[in-house]
Design a protein around this ligand. Structure first.
Ligand SMILES: NC(=O)c1ccc[n+]([C@@H]2O[C@H](COP(=O)([O-])OP(=O)(O)OC[C@H]3O[C@@H](n4cnc5c(N)ncnc54)[C@H](OP(=O)(O)O)[C@@H]3O)[C@@H](O)[C@H]2O)c1
Length: 252
């Protein structure tokens, strides 16, 4: 029986991905900043472990407590939507610490065991905004595009050890806690010269009439990345992400 460790399982894509792997008879190490047993079905294959991906000691303890794992899913992430002029450097650092450096630190932490066993898969969850840029998301998009580039380079150096690395790029998903979490970093509103643009983009990202991504789309894409050695490096998840990826291929 294989084991997957997933970051950010308290809600949204991480929670659904944990459920998806449990239903398929995998051992799941569901990690959360504040561990809660009650968000997932009780199962002897489930362990819930505390993990903050921005904290080196927390990473060390979580990896030690997990035992050997076969797949790491770097899903934990935070967002911010604002003009660059409206984002403090503290917030920019927080976003990169979590989305970019958190992914890098977790990957470093599992690599020795993967390399020694000559097997293992790392799945990094980024975003379709790296395929089709939107205004007011420069910090978030930068943090995720860096993970795309990091992953594609790393894949080449790990191939010799039988370790696979993949990207899952979800589209916009209003049904997760992502928007509400991001709003905590947007308390000061848009700087006045960007206010009209801000209201327009804010309405667009909350629009429920166009194609969106569901948590199950992401779980399926992560499953494919984890279990199918023939899967492509970049796997869009959700109808809107699939459309964005197709447009990008067409324009290249
Ligand atoms: N929803 C979208 O529209 C969308 C679109 C494309 C990509 N994504 C990406 O998909 C991933 C999952 O997002 P989601 O939509 O499922 O949002 P979500 O419901 O807000 O889930 C994000 C998870 O990340 C966790 N997290 C945040 N900071 C963390 C840290 N320092 N250490 C460990 N865990 C941390 C959160 O835990 P807490 O409960 O402790 O805060 C939460 O469990 C993110 O990487 C996001 O950037 C989302």
């Amino acid at each position: 029986m294989k084991t997957v460790l997933i970051t950010g399982c308290s809600s949204g894509f991480g929670l659904e991905t944990a459920r998806y792997f449990l239903e398929r008879e995998w051992k799941v190490v569901a990690t959360m900043r504040t561990p809660r047993q009650d968000v997932l079905p009780a199962s002897e294959n489930l362990r819930v472990i505390a993990l903050d991906v921005t904290d080196a000691a927390s990473i060390r303890e979580a990896i030690a407590a997990s035992g050997p794992i076969d797949v790491l899913v770097n899903n934990a992430g935070i967002g911010v939507l604002n003009a660059l002029e409206g984002v403090s450097m503290d917030t920019a650092r927080e976003v990169f610490e979590t989305n970019t450096l958190g992914t890098i630190a977790m990957t470093q932490a599992v690599l020795p065991q993967f390399r020694q066993r000559k097997s293992g898969v790392i799945v990094n969850v980024t975003s379709s905004v790296t395929l089709r840029p939107l205004p007011l998301l420069s910090i978030y998009t930068g943090s995720k595009a860096a993970v795309n580039a990091f992953t594609e380079s790393l894949a080449l150096e790990l191939e010799q050890f039988g370790v696979r690395v993949r990207l899952v790029l979800p589209g916009r998903s209003p049904s997760t806690s992502f928007g509400a979490n991001a709003r905590t970093r947007m308390k000061d509103g848009f700087p006045e010269p960007y206010a009209a643009m801000g209201q327009g983009i804010f309405a667009a990202v909350q629009d429920s009439s166009s194609a969106v991504t569901y948590a199950e789309d992401v779980a399926e894409a992560v499953w494919r990345a984890a279990t199918d050695p023939g899967s492509p490096m970049r796997i869009p998840a959700g109808a809107d992400a699939v459309a964005a990826a197709a447009t990008q291929q067409f324009s290249q």
